[in-house]
Design a protein around this ligand. Structure first.
Ligand SMILES: CC(C)(COP(=O)(O)OP(=O)(O)OC[C@H]1O[C@@H](n2cnc3c(N)ncnc32)[C@H](O)[C@@H]1OP(=O)(O)O)[C@@H](O)C(=O)NCCC(=O)NCCS
Length: 175
């Protein structure tokens, strides 16, 4: 059973269930997914993934579920929470590729950002994205994230060099 912590119109966010470990392991071994994340360099089997899930499940990381059928389709989480300066980072992935481009990423980010602003009293949420990841950049802009800079030539993948784009979001930017 999944627990609906935050619910939108097409998805809900639920605490991570370690019984889903094989799904997460499959996603983190899929280069089409991980080439967009720093995770492409990791070697992960189910044992390592289970340890990771156990650790991160206590820290504002959630599974993204299709509200229509409860299917787990990806994950979204807050990182580097700094309650002194009220800031954090956010990360998202949709592991089930059949769900890409259907608005789930946008809604999942919206739900967690709203939660961070309203319940964790966060003021500024930042994220990083590789410059070739146009779908992600479009998704982040739809949520309200603004480009604040770039780290030049900071990622090399498939023999090409790219910038890492930095974006951030304040409560009033949230669409
Ligand atoms: C990035 C990601 C989270 C976005 O979630 P999503 O549910 O696919 O995105 P959404 O459907 O909410 O929004 C994507 C938007 O980009 C558009 N889009 C899709 N493919 C695109 C492309 N190749 N170039 C530009 N825009 C594109 C979509 O049409 C949509 O805009 P629209 O609603 O105006 O039509 C998801 O695709 C994903 O997890 N990808 C793999 C891992 C990843 O990249 N994670 C992010 C790392 S920073």
């Amino acid at each position: 059973m999944y627990y609906k912590k935050l619910t939108g119109e097409k998805c809900y966010l639920a605490p991570i269930d370690e019984n889903d470990v094989s799904l997460y392991t499959a996603w983190f071994n899929d280069l089409e997914v991980t080439r967009n994340l720093l995770a492409f360099s990791w070697s992960l089997n189910e044992k390592h993934e289970r340890e990771t899930l156990e650790k991160i499940s206590k820290d504002n990381n959630y599974g993204i579920h299709d509200l229509g059928n409860d299917a787990l389709i990806g994950g979204v989480g807050l990182h580097d929470l700094d309650f002194l300066h009220r800031r954090c980072e956010i990360g998202v992935f949709i592991g089930d590729k059949s769900y890409w481009g259907k608005g789930f990423g946008t809604e999942a980010l919206h739900l967690l950002a709203r939660f961070a602003f309203d319940y964790l009293n966060i003021r500024n949420i930042m994220l990083r994205v590789f410059e070739f990841n146009e779908r992600a950049i479009k998704c982040y802009q739809k949520v309200g994230f603004k480009i604040i800079g770039k780290r030049r030539r900071a990622i090399e993948i498939e023999r090409k060099v790219y910038d890492i784009i930095y974006m951030d979001l304040l409560s009033e930017d949230l669409s």
